[in-house]
Design a protein around this ligand. Structure first.
Ligand code: NAP
Length: 492
């Protein structure tokens, strides 16, 4: 739907992952053209640009890990590989003419709201400042690699890199490799590295629940059918949606149902891991679903390889030539790969964001990130977050949540049209009430059963996950209630 009037507010979007690109497409479709996307890197893609480790792939089905408005009929597999997903994103940039709106190598360091003019001043690390009426942040939750605080890490003399910053120039063939962490990233690259390395010492602090991945290449006739019968493509997408969605209740209300999956994971491990010691260590001791459930067909076979050693003793320190565990054992290493995840609950923290009356976002969030519908934050007018607090999922595609957010932001802009020059600021009591509903909803969920995970912030508060169905989120974001907001005139 095109906008009726001609004046287009200036819009700055930070980030060119699925959030930033999809938002820009929807804005353009709605007739907003004064858009600039700021990208710190030299290429689009967010997490799919950064995570290039061998074996990188998605654990959500391809047909549902793509925009509803831009179906891709010729996915090569049921679960897309990183390169294909990145290619899809680049295709979107091309098709929707986003290239001219993107400024690469433009990392944002600060954003300040000027309430005299109702404008955001956004400063880049280069020192340049850009100004816009609307600020949309689309920096994702998984863009800041977490480096573990392990003594001696800085003094390691071999090669060391994080899984999200893979060092492709370093050949792991025949090397002694140490991998720290056994989460979603590790389970994808460890099987690949195990094929090359002489020895792979895998340091596991907590075992992961891993289910078989129902993945396979699509046959040419299936791709043909998807493209010739778009209705079948659409139906296929719906089927995936409802299959995934049906699991929400198990995560949030009836955790006992997840035991079916735990049994399946145990059975799979018993079938594939023949070394009894490794088998004992690889079965988690916490409730399935408390951390993200992982899917892989080659994880257990990799663990079973004789050159892979599963170390569960705590790491005491990193020595210049290897890793030392609490019992004093020394594991020599030519390379250390940190598969230690991301600082997910810190959200926008590397950027200093100052809102009305000098309110600092990091300060406002010192007791945990909170945003109304995961999108707007009181005191930060005309700022909209994509994939903000409590909008992550464990059971379905984040793209569905993002598309709900695109609609909501567009509706906010429509509401702003009625108040020329004004800035909309969510009322604090509405934000507080929304946050209470979310936190109450999170009580009794499987994420609340005592494990540590990236869903919880340093105070143990779940600031990451949405506690229910995605269609309830879509309903909650279907349109803007103007009563939830104050519309502020410039304070000259
Ligand atoms: P992660 O799931 O947070 O795993 C980090 C791992 O490092 C955990 O095993 C953790 O152990 C371990 N660890 C952290 N600090 C440590 C320390 N100081 N000493 C020893 N071990 C330490 O991170 P990730 O594997 O990068 O995945 C993060 C998220 O990215 C996933 O949950 C998923 O949402 C996303 N992802 C998605 C895909 C996909 O297919 N869509 C693929 C990769 C990643 P503890 O468990 O004991 O803390």
């Amino acid at each position: 739907m095109q906008r009726a009037h001609t004046e287009s507010p200036s819009i700055l979007i930070i980030g060119t992952g699925f959030g930033g690109l999809g938002m820009a497409i929807q804005l353009k479709k709605a007739g907003y053209h004064n858009i600039t996307l700021l990208e710190k890197a030299s290429r689009v893609g967010g997490t799919w640009r950064d995570n290039t480790y061998p074996g990188a792939a998605c654990d959500v089905q391809s047909h549902f890990y793509s925009y509803s408005f831009e179906p891709k009929h010729d996915w090569s597999r049921k679960f897309g590989l990183q390169s294909e997903i990145l290619g899809y994103m680049e295709h979107c940039v091309e098709k929707y003419g986003l290239g001219e709106h993107i400024r690469f190598n433009s990392e944002v360091s600060q954003a300040n709201f000027d309430q005299r003019l109702n404008r955001w001043n956004v400063t880049l690390t280069s020192g340049e400042t850009l100004t816009a009426r609307i600020l949309i942040t689309a920096t994702g939750q998984l863009n800041q690699p977490a480096c573990p605080k392990i003594q001696g890490l800085d003094h390691f003399r071999g090669r060391m890199f994080h899984s999200a910053r893979w060092d492709h120039d370093y050949d792991l063939t025949g090397k002694k490799v140490a991998v720290i962490g056994t989460g979603a990233s590790a389970i994808q690259f460890v099987p690949e590295v195990a094929k090359q390395a002489n020895t792979l010492n895998l340091f596991q602090r907590s075992a992961a629940w891993v289910l078989p991945k129902p993945d396979r290449p699509f046959k040419p006739w299936e791709q043909w059918l998807f493209s010739k019968l778009p209705i079948w493509d659409r139906l296929y997408r719906y089927l995936i949606y409802w299959k995934n969605e049906s699991r929400a209740l198990a995560f949030t209300r009836f955790n006992g149902l997840l035991e079916i999956f735990a049994r399946q994971a145990r059975k799979e491990a018993q079938k594939r891991v023949t070394d009894p010691e490794k088998l004992r260590k690889i079965i988690p001791d916490y409730q399935i679903g408390c951390k993200r459930i992982l899917i892989s067909n080659d994880w257990y076979p990799a663990i079973n390889q004789t050159n892979v050693n599963l170390v569960t003793d705590a790491i005491r320190e990193v020595a210049p030539d290897g890793v030392v565990t609490a019992d004093g054992a020394h594991y020599p290493a030519d390379a250390i790969i940190l598969a230690t995840g991301f600082r997910a609950s810190e959200f926008l923290s590397p950027i200093t964001i100052i809102g009305r009356n000098g309110k600092n976002l990091n300060e406002a969030w010192k007791n945990g990130a909170v945003a109304f519908k995961g999108i707007t934050v009181s005191g930060f007018p005309n700022m909209f977050m994509l994939y903000g607090p409590n909008t992550n999922l464990a059971h379905n595609s984040i793209l569905y949540m993002l598309e709900s957010q695109f609609r909501y932001v567009l509706d906010c802009l429509k509401a702003l049209d009625k108040y020329p020059g004004a800035a909309m600021d969510v009322r604090e009591d509405r934000q507080e009430r929304f946050s209470q509903v979310v936190q109450t909803g999170l009580e009794g969920t499987v994420w609340d059963t005592g494990c540590t995970s990236w869903y919880l912030d340093e105070n143990g508060k779940n600031t990451v996950n949405w506690p229910g169905f995605t269609f309830t989120y879509r309903f909650a974001t279907r349109h803007v209630e103007t009563a939830d907001y104050q519309f502020l005139n410039p304070a000259h």
